[in-house]
Ligand binder design. Structure first.
Ligand SMILES: [Zn+2]
Length: 255
């Protein structure tokens, strides 16, 4: 965890301090080593949120794009279980940053517990995820009937798409600044939005990463990439003159 209560105030971990977990109220110890990010750990081995995963740099960097008071928001379920949302926006959307794989059951229970919510998934954990995803994207052209460029794919089209199939919340894949050989796609700052549909289909839409952050911060629209305009019908440079010629030809007597 990034935050614990020290004398009642939410604070980040500093060497030698003790605090209280805001979720379960048990004592926590600041861990400020060199190998891992500075964080708070429960003194007893009990983990209060069984959904919590060890934070990576990737996690922390994403969380830090949002106000601290939105980060690590505790929720108590009706059965008394405590869950910590990575980020909860002012409008109430929970954002979960997921680095490691989770089972479909766990994903399902989180989706049922947090509503509304979105996932942001680290696509760089397994190297082969990017290569198989990229291959799928580049072997066919954007096929979905959407306003921006998007693909309609089978929900087992690539390994990472398949692992997250069956989900009911928007999911953004973060491949960092991985290169995709598509002329219209910028080199950096892209996330891949997956919307799973019934009948084993998924719509994959590249979007501007900053527009997702802005959307969560301020409610502005998420931006995809415009589809090319259909080719306009050929037009003469001199339409009036062309029409005059046609009329003149029509009037000419035929033999
Ligand atoms: Zn706790």
């Amino acid at each position: 965890m990034k935050f614990a209560l020290v004398e009642g105030i939410r604070q980040e971990a500093t060497t030698g301090t003790r605090g209280i977990c805001p979720g379960c109220g048990s004592p926590t110890l600041a861990k400020c080593g060199i190998k891992r990010l500075h964080h708070w750990a429960h003194v007893s081995t009990a983990v209060c949120d069984r959904w919590w995963e060890l934070e990576t740099e990737w996690h922390r960097a994403w969380k830090n794009l949002f106000p601290t008071e939105w980060q690590e928001i505790h929720h108590r379920a009706t059965d008394g279980e405590v869950h910590i949302a990575d980020v909860k926006t002012a409008s109430g959307t929970v954002v979960e940053f997921q680095h490691s794989t989770i089972s479909p059951q766990e994903r399902g229970s989180r989706e049922a517990f947090y509503d509304p919510m979105i996932w942001i998934v680290d696509g760089t954990r397994l190297k082969r995820d990017l290569s198989s995803f990229r291959q799928e994207i580049t072997t066919c052209s954007p096929s979905a009937e959407t306003n921006t460029r998007a693909w309609l794919l089978w929900d087992r089209a690539s390994a990472i798409i398949e692992r997250w199939r069956g989900g009911s919340r928007p999911l953004f894949l973060d491949f960092g600044d991985a290169d995709f050989p598509l002329a219209w796609l910028p080199d950096a700052g892209v996330l891949w939005l997956l919307n799973y549909l019934p009948r084993e289909r998924v719509i994959v839409t590249p979007v501007r990463r900053q527009s997702v952050v802005d959307h969560l911060l301020a409610g502005t629209p998420i931006q995809g990439f415009a589809r090319p305009m259909p080719n306009p019908p050929p037009r003469s440079a001199l339409p009036g003159f062309q029409a005059h010629l046609m009329r003149a030809r029509a009037r000419r007597p035929r033999f």
